[in-house]
Design a protein around this ligand. Structure first.
Ligand SMILES: Cc1ncc(COP(=O)(O)O)c(C=O)c1O
Length: 396
């Protein structure tokens, strides 16, 4: 089962003047990422045989399963936000510029007496906060809903973080984390924004643009046609919001498409309502796509998605499983891609758009066909290895 809504609010020349969005103009983002030990471009792979099979010109997959050994893209945002947070504390305290290299000097950081960093997560962002805090000798407390699978909780603990398991949804977990952080004076590094908390999540969105720059460089190097369409997974919308900001500054940007689980379709719900205000999902919030299982969009992300995205698609867990299998058992000479639940959602949306009767109108309106080069993101690898093996039949 799938669903969609064409976005009537989209505009070619959006004006995004809220102060938070100046984060996108920061000049230290790529320099920061290059400073992180283990940083390298993740692969941009082609699924040309699958493209032929479903009737498009080319499928490009930005494969984030290779990012920093954490198997997901979230580390890009969490690390940069922690750096920006520390930079600000340092500069406020000492009135001198904080150099990126200082971040990796625990003796220097000890001079500013940092408290633990904390966040709510459904897995990947929390792991990323824990990982980077640990890398620079800091503590982290990570809040996660009790429905999270054990492998994801264990991976956060392996990064040395304290994990608080909350009996409730992601939104309830977020609320509890924000209350505890306030009481304890912890530093919140949240990838979603809410009333009174918008700055840090804007840094996180801005940091995701490094991925898009990597893609542009890879396309330039290979003389590949730029994508005509690009599909982004939506949880709280920070990733998609960053894409809107980045691509709509370019000439001839790809048409942007968002994908969510049908049971956590807050962007589709918001787009479908005519007033341009954000809405929560009315779904059950039960889905295997844990990273996308968010009931309410981020305040910062929504205006970017509302003005920049052409289409919202919602997909079922079953079509997501099929896409995981498609990645793992490729057509013809296409390379194998290890893709977890939320990671495979972009390909699931593409397959649905190209082949499902229910999405025929959307396909036609966005002119998806034999001239289209479609960019999708594998935003995570097998972050739940047991479920991955169950779905794909992988034995290694
Ligand atoms: C693997 C994966 N893909 C996509 C997303 C969606 O990103 P966002 O919450 O910024 O919309 C997440 C969020 O955690 C994720 O973990």
């Amino acid at each position: 089962m799938c669903d969609y809504s064409l976005n009537r609010h989209v505009t070619d020349n959006p004006v995004w003047s809220d102060p938070e969005y100046t984060a996108f103009l920061s000049e230290d983002i790529e320099e920061f990422h290059r400073s992180v030990p283990g940083y390298s471009f993740t692969p941009l792979v082609r699924l040309s045989c699958l493209a032929r099979k479903i009737g498009v010109r080319e499928i490009l997959v930005k494969d984030e399963s290779h990012r920093f050994g954490l198997k997901a893209f979230k580390s890009m945002g969490a690390s940069y936000a922690i750096y920006r947070f520390i930079k600000r504390v340092w500069e406020n305290r000492f009135g001198v510029k904080f150099e990126i290299a200082n971040l990796y000097d625990p003796a220097l950081l000890a001079q500013i007496d940092l408290r633990p960093f904390c966040t709510a997560t459904d897995g990947n962002h929390g792991r990323a906060v824990a990982w980077f805090a640990n890398k620079i000798g800091q503590r982290a407390v990570i809040y996660i809903p009790s429905c999270a699978v054990k492998a994801r909780i264990d991976n956060i603990r392996k990064e040395g973080a304290e994990v608080v398991v909350v009996d409730g949804s992601y939104d309830q977990t977020l609320k509890r984390m924000a209350q505890d952080a306030e009481e304890q004076g912890w530093h919140v590094i949240s990838d979603t924004s809410y009333p009174g908390y918008t700055e840090v999540s804007a840094w996180i969105m801005a940091a995701y643009t490094t991925m898009f720059r990597e893609i542009d460089r890879a396309l330039d190097d290979s003389a590949e046609t730029p994508p005509s369409h690009a599909i982004f997974q939506v949880g709280v919308g920070s990733f998609a919001g960053a894409a809107a900001w980045y691509y709509l500054q370019k000439r001839n940007p790809p048409l942007l498409i968002g994908v969510e689980p049908t049971e956590a379709d807050c962007i589709l719900e918001s787009i479908r309502h005519g007033d341009g205000e954000l809405r929560s999902s009315r779904g059950s919030l039960r889905t295997i796509m844990a990273g996308l299982n968010c009931g309410t969009p981020s305040l910062n992300a929504w205006p970017l998605i509302r003005d920049g995205f052409r289409l919202a698609v919602a997909i079922s867990d079953e079509s997501c499983r099929k896409a995981m299998r498609q990645f793992y058992h490729p057509v013809g000479d296409d390379p194998r891609v290890i893709s977890g639940e939320s990671g495979a959602a972009g390909l699931a949306a593409l397959i649905a758009l190209a082949t499902a009767e229910k999405l025929a109108e959307a396909k036609e309106r966005l002119e998806i066909g034999s001239d289209s080069t479609i960019l999708v993101f594998n935003t995570e690898g097998d972050t739940d290895p047991e479920h991955f093996r169950e779905v794909t039949g992988a034995t290694d």
